[in-house]
Design a protein around this ligand. Sequence first.
Ligand code: ADP
Length: 430
Amino acid sequence: MKSSSESNAKSSLTNERLLRLERLSELVRSLDNAHELEPFLQNVISAAGELTDSEAASILEFDEQSNTLRFLAAPWHQFEPLRGIQVPLDKSAAGWVYRELKPLRIPDVKADARHFSEVDFALAFETRSLLAVPLIVGGKPLGVLEAVNKTSADYTEDDATILETLATTTALAIHNSSLQRRVEASMIELAELDRLKNDFIAITSHELRTPLGLILGHATFLRELLGQDYREQLDIIIRNASKLKEIIESLSNVDNYETGGARVRQRAVSMARIIEEVVASFSDMASKRNITLKAELGRDDLFIEADAGKISIALSNLVKNAIVFTDDGGHIFVSGESVPGYVKVSVIDDGIGIPPKDLPRIFERFYQVESHLTRRHGGMGLGLSVAKVMIEMHGGRIWAESAEGKGSNFSFLLPVNVTQVEAASNVFLP
Ligand code: ADP
């Protein structure tokens, strides 16, 4: 039969283990909310000290530049003197753990040559016993978690298990934080690149406009002056210079909108009429390739308040694409209908379609499905971004649906009355 003092001792041991487990799992759970690394590491070292009954604990991280270990966390009153210390990989207990990827227990530090005494010297501290475990992520060591001076007896297997559990969580936290830092740095870099790209576009399109205007002006003048003699050559110059002008206009349209410089002149216009005009202007291009291009409209004039010129550019870009990306003999329908508060326009083709992976990106500036080096069609990947800008500056929305090899459906919604939309969006402002 067990004595009552024996069973009391057992139950207090079980209680103690339960408490330790509780503290451990609390810390592991707190990783989820660990937005800041430093307070989390402070939590880890105080838990490591408490749970292994040690005088102190610390975390060292490998530093690639110096090829040594450096203190990442230590009790706050010890941290300052430790900050600059470089712990060598080959002459320290922590270095041994880092290289061997194994835990290390040293009951009597004085009798072990691996101890790096500079740390004790800097802190005016005496390390008597030590337990250290590696911080590992994906099989690679990041650093070491160390506890020193067990206050009662020697470090046990249990202590090592506790420290290893803490080390796993700590390694993850350090790894996450370095990933987060890298993501943030890349975002800043991307934003800077985007700014440079925008500046480049704004400056280039502005600088190209004047010489191009002069080329067009003089070529037109010469065509008048020389009559039939050089007409063919001058027509080529004028046609190509006009194409360049269109590209520059597209670039500055997008740029103006993004920098807030775009202006919209709203008037009551008939969407049905715009659709008919755009369809008529592309009928030659379509019939040359035996493509059926039709407007599908009801009786409604589909009046909206809009800048007809800009809506016309948006719709023209969609219809032009539909012709370009549809095989000879294909079909394109442009429909317009009234939906509550809006007019909906769709351009539907049975052309080559768009792969699902590209679909979310086609409205981005310069985005093209085929590489511009190998593609058969011209264009700069600007048509859809211009269309998006034009529709969105009217408070509208544009989107695409497509099945590769079967065809595409580009649609946009425009509010019938812009002031109504503005009023509605004000109501929903937080
Ligand atoms: P681009 O003027 O170079 O064609 P866009 O911005 O107009 O540029 O279009 C971007 C890309 O989206 C095109 O290069 C093409 O790959 C794809 N695309 C646009 N419209 C269609 C369509 N109707 N059918 C298939 N692909 C399309």
